[in-house]
Every structure is written in C-alpha cells, then in structure tokens.
Design a protein around this ligand. Structure first.
Ligand SMILES: *Cc1c(COP(=O)(O)O)cnc(C)c1O
Length: 386
C-alpha cells in the first residue's frame, strides 16, 4: 500500500455511506443502538471491530487506527488519549506480579515513572540498562524477565538501540519487546519489521504535528492488540475522542511534507550552530559523525550544549529568542526551545553533572515550518546574549 493511499483514502473508502463527504464525518456519539437482540449480542462479542460504545470503538477513531497500523506495518493498532497511556497499556498487557522488566536507561520521564514507581507497586521488578550494547541487555535478563522497554532513540540525548538484535534475543527467550518510536516516526523506522512486538508513539508530536491534540498509539499483531484491548485498554478507558481523532486524521495527511521541510530546515540550522563558537556540542542522530545514526530519514528535534559558566547565560539565550517558544514537547509546526536549566535552581554552575546525566547547559530545539533564515537570524541574536 502506498503512502498517499494510506494518508488520503485508507479507512475512508466508503464515502457513499456519508453522501460522498470527502472529509470523514465526526461520529460525536458515546453509544450506538441496535435493531435486534442478535445484533447487540454480536456487538458484545467484538467490541473492538463493531460499534457498541465509544470507549471501545468509534468509526472516526477507527479510520485513524487503520491508517496508523498501516503506517507501522502492523496488523492492528489502538488509539489512546496520550502517548503515556499507550505505553502504560502496552506494558501492563505484558506483565504480572513476580515478573521482571528491562528498560532503557534514559526513557521518557513518565515511562521511567511507570516502570520504576507504578509497576513496582504491583510486584513487577525492573532493571534500567544502557542498551546501546546488546550484551548489557542480555546481562540484565533474569528468568523472570517478561518485557524489554526500548526507546530508539530517546528525545534528549538520542541514544539508539540495535532493535533487530534485541528483538532476536527476546524472541528466543519468550520475552516481549515494546519500542517507543515517537522520534523516528513510522516514516523513518519500522521496529515491527525488525522483530519488535509492540510499537508505541506519542502521536501528540509529529504524527498530529500541530500541538493541538494529545494522542497515543500502540501497534502490534492482531493477537497482542486484542489482548491489550480486552485488558488494559477497556479497563483504563484512556481512549481518543472522535473529535481529536478527526483533527489527527487531518494532521497526519501532511506528515511526509512536514517532515521533509523540517529536515531540510534543520540541516541548515545545524550547519549554522556547528560553526558557532558558543556551541559546545550538538546531539543529532542524523549527524554524519554519529556512529549510532541508523534511521532512514531526518527530523527536526536535536539538542546542543552552550559554552557558558552558569545557567544564567542559558536563561539570557532562551529569553532573547523571538521565534522559538519556550516550552515542553516537540514535533509541531512551530519551533520550540526546552532548556534543561529549567529543572535546576537558578544560576547553577555548568559542568558539574555526573556521568550519564543530561548536561545542565543542554538546550533542546524542535524545528518547525518557519523559513531557515528566520530561525538562524533569531538564534544568532540570542547567542550574542550568552
Ligand atoms: C511526549 C512523549 C511521550 C508521552 O506522550 P504524551 O502524548 O505526552 O503522553 C512518550 N515518549 C516520548 C519519546 C515523548 O516525547
């Protein structure tokens, strides 16, 4: 199936059912009524694919579900009200009390909280490992390990994992693997094709791309998705609303165009920053000298450290930026800056952090759809304030 068919038509083929509407209708309803007892009974037997109750399935959400499953090369997918919900549901579907989870060292903060704080409360133990070396992952496995949680790359310092090698290791031992693929997007990396069992995304980022919807998706085999649906999905009830699904169907249509433009602009911005005396180091998985570069394409999220004595200089830099909004998240149409200094006290001396920690003077930039020259001029004037 080609990309434009997935984005423009998949799940929307029966336009005659909606009087030929080109944009699909928003089924703004919580419940669906039945003509016969037999039909209602059949609905209860298959709440994922029939329409009974919108917590289980809704026609507008179903269109998006088909598109995202196809993009990831998955048999099926589930949509959630956030990426955090998708990751939590996927992990909960795979473990029970007494099990052990191996998780990458520096995952998304709420993935870490899930593994370290919440699964632990239900008797699921864990080990965090620097998974860039497969041997370290293997060494962390115990006879009780049931799940390996990966994020390749992560979204602050971009450590990647050898997904194929870890998937093979896990499969041989009957251990399931879950990979957060938010950074790469399905266009640049296909973890399922490498043997990973479940792929999760924060669809809040590039997939929706407009910073106006919170959404998550979990992709996998028909069996694993059904198991997740009957268990955590229906129990947690963290579903995506039909209206948000509709907005995301619209956002998703321009994903390839947005990523292409953003990658080109990012290359220009990185070229400028690399030559700037106040930039210490750049973290970007697609940089030519990055030994971990393995993604097919580029995107616009990267980090850099700024040469300075204390975080006061970082504050001056961030507050001088006019075209980059200072905030969390990434992956929208607008450029953003996230200074790690915000999680430290004011005027913290740089360079004191322990090995493995994110540097105090690190700033993460998410490049949007603005003209490259505009962003470079803005960065140049802000760097003059450092
Ligand atoms: C934002 C993010 C999440 C969480 O997704 P939400 O949609 O914010 O719940 C998970 N993983 C990564 C890599 C993220 O950037």
């Amino acid at each position: 199936m080609d990309l434009s068919y997935i984005l423009n038509h998949l799940g929307e083929e029966d336009r005659a059912a909606h009087r030929g509407a080109v944009s699909p209708p928003i089924y703004q309803t919580a419940i669906f009524a039945f003509e016969t007892v037999a039909a209602m009974r059949a609905g209860f037997g298959d709440e994922l694919d029939r329409t009974v109750y919108t917590r289980g399935n809704n026609p507008t959400v179903e269109i998006l579900r088909k598109k995202l499953a196809a993009l990831e090369g998955a048999e099926d997918a589930l949509l959630f009200g956030s990426g955090a919900a998708a990751i939590a549901a996927g992990a909960i579907a795979c473990v029970a009390a007494g099990d052990h989870v191996v998780c990458v060292q520096k995952p998304y903060s709420w993935t870490r909280a899930l593994v370290r704080d919440h699964l632990a409360r239900f008797g699921v133990s864990h080990t965090f490992v620097d998974a860039s070396d497969v041997a370290d992952v293997e060494a962390a496995l115990t006879p009780a390990t049931r799940l390996i949680v990966l994020e390749s790359p992560n979204t602050m310092t971009y450590e990647a994992q050898d997904l194929a090698a870890i998937a093979a290791l896990a499969r041989a031992r009957g251990i399931r693997t879950l990979c957060d693929n938010s950074y790469a997007t399905p266009l640049n990396q296909s973890p399922l094709a490498l043997g990973i069992d479940l792929v999760a995304h924060s669809a809040t980022k590039y997939l929706n791309g407009h910073c106006d919807v919170m959404a998550g998706v979990l992709c996998g085999s028909k069996d694993l998705i059904r198991e997740t649906f009957r268990g955590p999905y229906m129990t947690l009830g963290a579903m995506l609303s039909p209206h948000d699904a509709w907005l995301m169907i619209r956002g998703l249509r321009t994903l390839p165009l947005r990523l292409r433009q953003i990658a080109a602009t990012t290359a220009r911005v990185i070229e400028f920053l690399s030559a700037h005396p106040k930039i210490e180091r750049i973290w970007y998985p697609q940089a030519a000298n990055d030994p971990q570069a393995q993604l097919r394409g580029a995107n616009g999220l990267f980090s850099c450290t700024i040469r300075c004595e204390s975080t006061s200089a970082i504050e001056r830099f961030c507050e001088a930026l006019r075209r980059f909004l200072m905030t969390v998240s990434w992956g929208g149409y607008e450029s953003l800056v996230f200074p790690v200094a915000t999680v430290y006290p004011p005027d913290t001396r740089t360079g004191f952090e322990r090995a493995g920690q994110v540097p105090v003077n690190l700033v993460r930039l998410s490049i949007g759809l603005e003209e490259a020259d505009v962003l470079i001029a803005d960065l140049a004037q802000a760097l003059d304030r450092v």
